[in-house]
Design a protein around this ligand. Structure first.
Ligand code: PHE
Length: 337
């Protein structure tokens, strides 16, 4: 009986098999219990002998079962650990990291350049009143120059702003006609244009305004020259051409040279070698007056530029629609590492 039990215990491969053997041999209905129960029928002499024998058999079976149980448990733990190991040398799964949109980066770059020249950054509403979008900028109702900026009207008095210039009027208005103003205002603007490679019904502008005593055209030229060189490279030059805006007098358009010289010589881009990048001028005395400044005491300059155009020139983007269609292949090219 002992040999049989021990052999079975040796062969057991799982803990549940082992438990079955334990029940079969040592359990209440097992052979050893039966022997011990039958003790009463034995003679006085036989009882201690058989009793001791049965106990010894029971103990040795229990011993073997216990040892076997320990080995099986150890094996099971080992298998479990093996299954759960993590290979720490495996490369991780790539995580897709986003980055700022090219337009966001360009606007921030423009902001940084002007902050460096002492300008504050301001914002204004995209839904604007007819007064600030046009009237306060010397564009009364019925003025033909309103046609230059085809507008999305919401009501007769409210429209989507067609440029960032209303923020000039708003900011000057807050300064009570007494303090100097030196600000830029980036933001979205809207025009009723048909979208194509160079037009979009919604685009971005950065407005600039500097009002103080004795601000002159040369100040405008100096600031814009610094801006152009820092944005496009020190080898670039600027030129101002006469133009017209109802809110500036005189008005200019600024071109930058696209003649780029290096050690190997100069190359001129197609056309005249100049590209227009912004409009500006000296703030019209009427505009200063409407905002509460005395034009005999204060003068100012203003300018407005399109960051899309700046980005297109700087990075050779050939279609303005790339900025808004959000093709990840386009956007990723401009993510800084
Ligand atoms: N607001 C003008 C435009 O959108 C640009 C501009 C701004 C011109 C400031 C002069 C002064 O075309």
């Amino acid at each position: 009986l002992k040999e049989e039990a021990l052999a079975k215990a040796e062969q057991a491969e799982t803990l549940s098999e082992l438990q079955e053997i334990r029940v079969a041999y040592l359990g209440k209905k097992g052979p050893i219990t039966e022997v011990l129960r039958g003790m009463g029928k034995l003679s006085k002499e036989e009882r201690p002998v058989i009793g001791e024998l049965a106990n010894r058999v029971r103990e040795s079976i229990a011993d073997v079962l216990d040892t076997k149980k320990e080995t099986l448990e150890a094996k099971q733990l080992e298998a479990k650990l093996e299954k759960e190991t993590i290979d720490v040398t495996l490369p991780g799964r790539p995580v897709n990291v986003g980055g700022p949109h090219l337009l966001t980066s360009i606007v921030e770059e423009i902001e940084d350049l002007f902050i460096g020249m002492g300008f504050e950054v301001r914002e204004g509403p995209e839904v604007e009143t007819d007064y600030f979008n046009f009237e306060a900028l010397n564009l009364p109702k019925g003025h033909p120059a309103r046609d230059m900026q085809d507008s999305f009207y919401i009501t007769e008095e409210l429209l989507m702003r067609t440029h960032t210039s209303p923020v000039q009027a708003r900011t000057m208005g807050k300064y009570d006609g007494k303090k100097p103003v030196k600000m830029i205002c980036p933001g979205k603007v809207y025009r009723r244009d048909t979208d194509d490679a160079t037009h979009s019904h919604q685009f971005t502008q950065v407005e600039g305004l500097y009002v103080d005593k004795n601000v002159q055209m040369s100040d405008l030229k100096g600031v814009l020259n610094r801006f152009a060189k820092q944005m496009f490279g020190e080898e670039r030059e600027i030129r101002l051409r006469p133009s017209f805006f109802p809110f500036t007098e005189p008005s200019v358009e600024m071109d930058i040279s696209c003649k780029v010289c290096n050690g190997e010589g100069c190359s001129v881009c197609k056309g005249t070698g100049w590209i227009e990048i912004l409009g500006g001028g000296m703030v019209h005395p009427r505009v200063l007056e409407m905002a509460g400044y005395d034009p005999k005491e204060y003068t100012g300059f203003a300018f407005g530029m399109g960051p899309e155009r700046i980005a297109m020139l700087k990075y050779g983007v050939d279609d303005i629609r790339h900025f808004y269609t959000n093709d990840i292949r386009f956007l990723k090219q401009y993510h800084k590492a």
